[in-house]
Design a protein around this ligand. Structure first.
Ligand SMILES: [Zn+2]
Length: 204
């Protein structure tokens, strides 16, 4: 806790802005507590101010299997590719890449008429699973997009969910799949040779 006291007023204000951005995007308390150097008490107060309600209690989603069915998988892949892009190409910190990558993910959903499937907490947990080396990105042999897979899954000759929606999906699910697939492949295309300047400007 002593490190917290050493923060300058500016640093403290920046930390508060980061917290507000995360809360606005739907972050849960566990996400805030592990990402920000602000006391739990202040985070709860911020949460109440921004959302008008107390933060929900309860455990975070835990299983990496959640990202495996085809629709969550396409969305997870879409988000994680934007996250990596912000981190590597736009040189964002982990936290900035999370918020900016997540905003970009939402924009891609809107642009392609896809209902967002991944909330911010799921997005954050996804990054944690990658850091824990439980997940990997696997190249699709049809669209060359990279999709989320378990760490030791096959790496060659595999097809992503966007290229191969389940044949028994109903009409609505097929429409959702097509929209998500469009968003995913547009990101896969953009990330090839894109520069950080091509990324739409984001509020800090
Ligand atoms: Zn594919």
């Amino acid at each position: 806790m002593s490190a917290m006291n050493k923060k300058t007023v500016t640093e403290d204000a920046q930390e508060v802005f980061r917290a507000v951005a995360l809360i606005e995007l739907g972050a849960r308390m566990q996400v805030l507590e592990s990402e920000l150097a602000l006391s739990r008490e202040r985070l709860i107060r911020l949460y109440r101010e921004v959302r008008g309600v107390s933060p929900p209690k309860g455990m975070l989603p835990f299983s990496a299997d959640w990202y495996m069915p085809w629709l969550p998988n396409i969305h997870a892949s879409l988000f994680f590719n934007t996250y990596l892009f912000m981190k590597k190409e736009a040189s964002c910190s982990h936290l900035d890449a999370l918020t900016k990558g997540y905003r970009l993910y939402l924009e891609h959903c809107v642009r392609n008429d896809a209902e967002p499937v991944l909330d911010l907490t799921r997005a954050w947990t996804l990054v944690r699973f990658f850091e824990a080396e439980m997940l990997q990105l696997t190249p699709c042999c049809r669209c060359t997009g990279k999709f989320v897979a378990h760490k030791h899954d096959l790496q060659r000759g595999v097809v992503c969910g966007a290229c191969q929606p389940p044949s028994r999906a109903g009409r609505t699910r097929k429409v959702a799949a097509r929209a998500a697939a469009q968003a995913f492949t547009s990101v896969a295309d953009e990330n090839i040779g894109a520069t950080p300047d091509d990324v739409p400007a984001q509020a800090a």
